[in-house]
Design a protein around this ligand. Structure first.
Ligand SMILES: [Zn+2]
Length: 64
């Protein structure tokens, strides 16, 4: 899932958006509008500033 750090509170915000590190790389500086539960407002977050947070997938080696 897509996650990002809130620019105001620096908290990690997890979204329910499915994404992959590859997709984020392709999006580059694309601005995503993401809801922030800490600020209770939306933030514009560059895809390059977002991160992938997949707790279910433990294996980190996808290149095999
Ligand atoms: Zn925020």
């Amino acid at each position: 899932m897509l996650a990002y750090h809130c620019p105001k509170t620096k908290e990690l915000v997890r979204t329910s958006l499915e994404t992959s590190a590859d997709q984020l790389k392709r999006l580059g500086g694309f601005q995503l509008s993401l809801w922030c539960p800490y600020c209770r407002t939306g933030h514009q977050v560059a895809a390059s500033d977002a991160l992938v947070c997949d707790e279910e997938i433990v294996s980190a080696d996808e290149n095999a």
